[in-house]
Design a binder for this molecule. Structure first.
Ligand SMILES: [Zn+2]
Length: 373
């Protein structure tokens, strides 16, 4: 006897375990799905954050590029000035070369004159002087020679002083040009600093882009996973066999049908319409139970239906209990036959406390009374 009870107990436990394993796996999948969706939300937030940061860095890079461009144009302007100095220095150089050649030819001339004078020796020179007819003639001749030499020397001195002036002017130009070279170096060094800053920003931006790619990949993975889970849930729901057998009456103790399934005048508006379930007269806050085991697919407010509990019993068969005051179960939860799932009421479009009860086959309403003896 004890042994028989024990065996029955084991059978019961195994059956119960099998049933909850089957039913809770949809619940597990649904909570996995929710968990996945939370992760997707947080990745979407993170993506938004990184993208806005990237936008900020892009603007900073644009700003630095503008600075680089203005440094380049400043440098171009300075280079133009330097080129102009270069031209002026070249012109001065040409003048100096001309003067040098003038000096050289004048020097040759003077040397020739002096050589001619000394060729005849000092005697010749004195002879020239002594051949003078008189003192005045003598003085005139000496004076003339001296004048010729003096004039040659004066011309040479003039040319040399011109050369000196030109060289000084050229040096001044070179020194001023050097100032511009220094200004160019200064601009180049500033531009270099900005370019280094810009490159650093670009490196950072490319790391942000990598980050975005990574997040997008992760997001895609999670989206794929969600799709898989959804498919699995649908599959599981199809796999569930209808628990079988008759249904339990959803409102224990209350059996009076106040409005049957079928065409009827609408209780509030009077027009002729289809009544998709049966109305059972029940007082407020009566127990409403699961007519069979299954998984809750919706629990809560549903417009004109008020608070509902929708249960998937497998095999495409679902039941719906409407107008409840409150519901005791939640979506994804597995329920057993006869389990209290809600308290009756008159929520939604309802004229008074009652249970509106539907049976649906693959979503289409059918006469619920066919499921009860
Ligand atoms: Zn109804």
């Amino acid at each position: 006897m004890i042994r028989k009870v024990f065996v029955l107990f084991v059978v019961f436990v195994l059956a119960f375990a099998a049933m909850t394993a089957e039913a809770s796996s949809i619940g597990d999948l649904q909570s996995e799905l929710k968990n996945n969706e939370n992760k997707i939300d947080s990745i979407t937030d993170k993506l938004k954050e990184v993208k806005s940061e990237k936008y900020g860095v892009e603007k900073q890079i644009d700003e630095l590029d503008n600075q680089i461009r203005s440094f380049v144009s400043e440098e171009d302007g300075l280079n133009d000035i330097v080129t102009e100095f270069e031209n002026n220095i070249s012109l001065k150089e040409a003048e100096i070369v001309q003067i040098k050649s003038d000096i050289s030819s004048n020097t040759d001339l003077l040397e020739e004159r002096l050589r001619a004078m000394y060729k005849n020796g000092a005697v010749g020179y004195i002879e020239v002087l002594f051949n003078a007819n008189d003192v005045v003639d003598f003085l005139t001749r000496a004076d003339m020679i001296q004048r010729v030499v003096n004039s040659d020397v004066e011309i040479l001195e003039g040319l040399e002083s011109q050369q000196t002036d030109l060289e000084i002017a050229q040096l001044a130009l070179k020194s001023e040009q050097n100032n511009y070279y220094r200004a160019i170096e200064d601009v180049q060094s500033k531009r270099n600093d900005v370019e280094i800053a810009s490159r650093a920003k670009e490196t950072y931006m490319s790391s942000l882009e990598d980050n975005i790619d990574e997040l997008k990949k992760e997001e895609q993975k999670l989206l794929d996973a969600s799709n898989d889970i959804e498919k699995k849930i649908k599959q599981k729901q199809l796999e569930i066999q209808y628990a079988g057998g008759e249904m339990n009456w959803p409102a224990p103790g209350y059996y009076r049908i106040t409005s049957p399934y079928g065409m009827r005048p609408h209780p509030l508006y009077g027009y002729w319409s289809m009544h998709t379930g049966v109305d059972v007269g029940v007082p407020m806050r009566s127990n409403i139970v699961a007519p069979n085991s299954g998984v809750v697919t919706y629990a809560g407010w549903y417009g004109a239906y008020g608070n509902i509990v929708l249960i998937d019993h497998g095999g495409g068969i679902s039941t719906l209990a409407a107008h409840n005051t409150s519901v005791l179960v939640s979506e994804g939860q597995s329920v057993t036959k006869g389990q209290v799932v809600s308290y009756s009421g008159t929520t939604g479009m309802s004229t008074g406390p009652h249970l509106h009860f539907e049976v649906r086959i693959n979503g289409k309403h059918t006469n619920p009374m066919a499921y009860f003896e």
